[in-house]
Design a protein. Structure first.
Length: 130
């Protein structure tokens, strides 16, 4: 019988919080109409869990408080200076990494119904602490 070897560190990198279809209304874009008319941006996030302690303790202080992440990203959408969706997506990632101390994050940001015949246009990035 062969022994199965598991790299716990690699497995922990796969533990993550999911936030799906966070709907934000924001001014974003380079065209004149985009600077006046708020657009809906949908965010999907996978946020790495830095410690397995929360799985044992079940305590909020050992967890990444995703309700606070959502609240902070809504604040970003209300006030930012990003013209491009790419820059906005990067700002989201940096907030999660720096303010919430996540080891890594994947962010997908999509604008809805921007062009005729296109349901969504978006950007996806993955960032981690260096």
């Amino acid at each position: 019988m062969s022994e199965i070897v598991v790299d716990l560190e690699t497995m922990m990198e796969n533990d993550h919080i999911l936030i799906r279809e966070l709907k934000l209304e924001t001014l974003i874009g380079v065209y004149p109409w985009e600077k006046k008319l708020p657009q809906t941006v949908l965010l999907d996030l996978d946020i790495g869990i830095g410690s397995a302690k929360v799985f044992e303790s079940g305590l909020l202080e050992d967890a990444l408080d995703y309700s606070q992440v959502v609240k902070r990203l809504k604040m970003l959408a209300e006030k930012h200076d990003c013209l491009l969706l790419e820059r906005f997506t990067e700002a989201v990632a940096q907030i999660v990494l720096k303010e919430f101390h996540a080891p890594w994050v994947r962010v997908q940001a999509r604008k809805l119904a921007l062009l005729p015949g296109v349901k969504e246009i978006g950007v996806e990035i993955v960032r981690g602490k260096r």
